[in-house]
Design a protein around this ligand. Structure first.
Ligand code: F6R
Length: 375
C-alpha cells in the first residue's frame, strides 16, 4: 500500500501533484456560467452581497485558512477573519446576513470545529435576521459529520490521508481556497479577466513545478536532516502569503520529530524572538520574489548577524539569496500568489527526513490522532 515509500507520509507528499491536477480539473471549468471560469457547484445566493467572511479551523486547516484569508481579501476584496475553532466557539464574532462562515476540516470530525459551526447554526435559528449568516464547509470527507451539519460543502480532492501529519490534504485545501477566491473575484469583478486568466494558467503549471521540487528536494532535505537531527530548536520565518507556510513548516517539524519549532512573520522577529537566536538555532526563511522579498532577506540578514545558520526556501538562480543563505532548498520561480503550494513541499520533506532520521514513528506520532474528536 505504501507503493515503495517507507512511510505513508512520504507517499502522500509525493501525491501532491496529482491532488493539484484533480482539483484543477474539478473546480476550474466554467460549466454553464459566463460569469466565472470556476465551478464549485455552490448556489449563487451564497455569494450575493457578501460583506465579510469568518473562517473557523484547527491546526493545519487553520494554516490553510490563513492563506485563504490572504486570497479572499487580496483577490476578492472581502474582509476575512480566521479563528481557532476552540476559541471562536466561546467568543463568536458579530455576524450579519451578509457574513459567510466557513468551517475547514480535513476529517470533517474535529470536535471544536463542529462545535463552532453548531453554535452558529443555533444562533441562526434565533429569529433575529442579524444572525442569519451563511454556512459553508471545506472538507476532504463530505460524508463526515461536517457534511451533515452545513448546507454547502466544497469537497477537497486529496483522497484518503493515512499519515497523521496533514500534507496532501493541506495542498487540497489551498486549491479549494484558490478556487473560491478566484470565483468570487470573477463574479464581483475585483480582478480583470486578463489577470484571472494569468493566475489560472499559473496554477495549471503547479503540478509539474511540484514534481520538479520533489525531485531536487528529496536529496537536499535528506542531507540537511543528517545535520539537524539533533538540533533542539528551529525558527521558521516568512511574510505575506508565505507567513502561514512558516507556521506550517514549524508545526510539521514539531509534531513528527518532537523538535521545538516556531513560525513567525519575519518582521516580528525583532520584537522579541530574535533574543533566542544563536549558532545553535537554525532559521528557515521563505523568500519569494514579490511584495516582501527584500524585507524577508533583510530580516534573514538580522538572524545571520546573530550567528544563526540560515536555510533559504527561495528560487534557484537567485544570486543575492544564494550568498546570504548557508543552505538552499530551491523552488521554481512562480508568482508570489501561487508560491505557498510550492514552498510548503521542502518543509514537509525536511520535517519528514528529520523525523525518519531520528528513528521516529512518522505516520503515528506520539500523543496525536488523525481525527481529534474531543474538545
Ligand atoms: C497537523 C494536523 C492537525 C490537524 C488538526 C485539524 O498535521 O494534522 O493539526 O490539521 O487536528 O484537523 P482537521 O483538518 O481534520 O479538522
Amino acid at each position: 500500500e505504501k507503493q515503495g515509500f517507507k512511510h505513508f507520509m512520504l507517499k502522500e507528499i509525493h501525491e501532491q501533484p496529482g491532488v493539484v491536477r484533480a482539483s484543477l480539473e474539478a473546480y476550474f471549468n466554467p460549466g454553464e456560467s459566463t460569469e466565472s471560469p470556476i465551478n464549485l457547484g455552490l448556489p449563487a445566493d451564497l455569494y450575493t452581497d457578501l460583506e465579510q467572511i469568518q473562517i473557523v479551523a484547527c491546526g493545519t486547516s487553520w494554516h490553510a485558512a490563513l492563506i485563504g484569508k490572504y486570497l479572499l481579501e487580496q483577490l476578492a476584496g472581502i474582509s476575512t477573519q480566521v479563528h481557532y475553532a476552540s476559541e471562536y466557539r466561546y467568543a463568536p464574532s458579530p455576524v450579519t446576513a451578509n457574513t459567510l462562515i466557513i468551517g475547514v476540516t480535513q476529517s470533517g470530525e474535529t470536535a471544536d470545529t463542529l462545535a463552532a459551526l453548531t453554535m452558529e447554526k443555533e444562533r441562526r435559528q434565533g429569529k433575529e435576521a442579524k444572525y442569519q449568516a451563511r454556512l459553508l464547509g471545506i472538507t476532504n470527507r463530505p460524508e463526515s459529520s461536517l457534511g451533515h451539519l452545513v448546507p454547502h460543502i466544497i469537497s477537497t480532492l486529496a483522497g484518503i490521508e493515512i499519515g497523521v501529519a496533514a500534507t496532501k490534504t493541506f495542498t487540497a485545501q489551498l486549491m479549494a481556497f484558490y478556487a473560491l477566491a478566484l470565483d468570487l473575484a470573477a463574479r464581483r469583478q475585483t480582478v480583470s479577466k486578463d489577470i484571472l486568466e494569468k493566475i489560472i494558467n499559473g496554477l495549471r503549471q503547479i503540478p509539474k513545478e511540484i514534481e520538479a521540487t520533489l525531485e531536487t528536494q528529496e536529496r537536499l532535505t535528506e542531507q540537511l536532516a543528517h545535520e539537524f537531527a539533533e538540533t533542539q530548536d528551529f525558527i521558521f520565518v516568512g511574510r505575506g502569503i508565505n507567513f502561514p507556510i512558516a507556521l506550517e513548516g514549524a508545526l510539521k517539524l514539531k509534531e513528527i520529530s518532537y523538535i521545538h519549532a516556531e513560525g513567525y512573520p519575519a518582521g516580528e522577529m525583532k520584537h522579541g524572538p530574535i533574543a533566542l537566536l544563536d549558532a545553535k538555532v537554525p532559521v528557515v526563511a521563505i523568500a519569494i520574489p514579490g511584495s516582501v522579498y527584500e524585507k524577508v532577506i533583510s530580516n534573514a540578514q538580522e538572524a545571520k548577524a546573530r550567528d544563526s545558520r540560515l536555510i533559504g526556501v527561495t528560487p534557484v538562480n537567485d544570486g543575492e539569496a544564494a550568498e546570504i543563505f548557508n543552505d538552499l532548498l530551491p523552488v521554481s520561480h512562480v508568482e508570489e500568489l501561487l508560491s505557498p503550494i510550492l514552498t510548503v513541499v521542502p518543509l514537509q520533506l525536511l520535517a519528514y527526513h528529520i523525523a525518519a532520521r531520528r528513528g521516529l514513528d512518522v505516520d503515528q506520532p506520539r500523543n496525536l490522532a488523525k481525527s481529534v474528536t474531543v474538545e
